[in-house]
Ligand binder design. Sequence first.
Ligand code: AP5
Ligand code: MG
Length: 214
Amino acid sequence: MRIILLGGPGAGKGTQAKKLVDKYGIPQISTGDMLRAALKEGTALGLEAKKFMEAGKLVPDEVVIGLIEERIKLDDCKKGFMLDGFPRTVGQADALKKVLDSMSLKIDHVVSIDVANEELVARLTGRRTCKACGSGFHVLFDPPKKEGVCDKCGGELYQRADDNEETIRSRLKVYDDQTAPLIEYYKKAGLLRPIAGVGSIDEIFAKITSVLGG
Ligand code: AP5
Ligand code: MG
């Protein structure tokens, strides 16, 4: 199964992707995580991406398309994959289709998680992520048992650099201007599975697995 998770910043793509990995055994491919890892390692790619990410702007299409093209050709993607945060522009979506066509593959479902902007701001400002294992939490909506400590591995929790109100506003605008047109794009392609992203994490997970066929 090959899936795209579409949704604004904070819609729950990463949270749901981690649960879907456990259920379906297909890898989560998050361009945001890949870029943050490159930044942490101090690679040329990471340094180039830094200024865009800190400003809440999109990294240029050719950079992320190159990352994805390499990633989906790896062995663990043979049984399928889940794209989290890619594509984010019509150009990226067209490029993805071209790469998949060349491999005689196709996307099965585009799960679009819809959440109102004010809720997104509340989710992002309270998000905490584990430095060691990448698990996500929320100080109010999904708090760790011990403040600042990951429930799963005991790692230290941190707040993402782009989760400040100013950068969040820019990310929301970029989503509306450049990524939201993909909803219509995938609707026309007959692949769109819209999900109302309000409710508990488990309720939304149940809605997603039901559209994916259980
Ligand atoms: P990326 O890392 O993809 O960030 P994003 O799209 O802004 O999305 P987030 O990761 O912030 O949100 P999410 O939907 O994963 O939410 P989460 O599950 O964590 O991209 C970062 C940057 O990298 C971009 O701005 C850009 O610069 C660059 N980039 C990445 N991909 C790119 C691309 N393809 N092209 C160009 N540039 C690219 O949940 C958020 C919080 O809410 C958590 O605290 C969680 O616990 C909580 N939560 C989740 N579900 C619920 C619920 N149901 N109820 C209450 N709280 C909930
Ligand atoms: Mg994410």
